[in-house]
Ligand binder design. Structure first.
Ligand SMILES: [Zn+2]
Length: 134
């Protein structure tokens, strides 16, 4: 067991509720080997020690948010889609923006963007997917 051996007067990174972020703080008092009171080096406020918040991982969170947004977009657009106009998806067919397709796996989809010469971005109930086309 290795002790960090902190004591009053030591600098420590902690969360400051006033600054609303992790700041460099100084330990004012210790309690049972742990920081008790600390003073924020940024705003000078003394308060109870709060461990610094872990850095967020934006990449993974963003992906989840993105999916949510796409599902919301689907719900928003779904009432305006004329199902009877949807054509069965075939990668040998040409597609244009705003066309509706019926995919055997993903279901009803709305073509939203031509991505490349033979690819379109399609919004399905489960989110956007890039599909091959002619
Ligand atoms: Zn502060």
């Amino acid at each position: 067991m290795q002790s960090t051996m902190l004591s009053a007067g030591d600098p420590i990174e902690a969360r400051c509720t006033k600054c609303r972020k992790n700041t460099d703080q100084v330990i004012v008092t210790m309690a049972e080997g742990n920081p008790d009171k600390v003073r924020c080096g940024a705003c000078g406020r003394e308060h109870k020690y709060r461990p610094p918040t872990a850095a967020k991982r934006p990449s993974t969170r963003k992906t989840a948010d993105h999916k949510d947004d796409e599902r919301k977009e689907w719900k928003l657009l779904r009432p305006g889609m004329k199902v009877e106009k949807a054509a069965d998806y075939s990668m040998t067919d040409p597609y244009k923006v705003k066309m509706l397709i019926n995919h055997p796996v993903f279901g009803l989809g709305l073509v939203q963007r031509v991505v490349g010469s033979q690819k379109v971005e399609v919004l399905f109930e489960d989110g956007k997917k890039t599909m091959r086309c002619k």
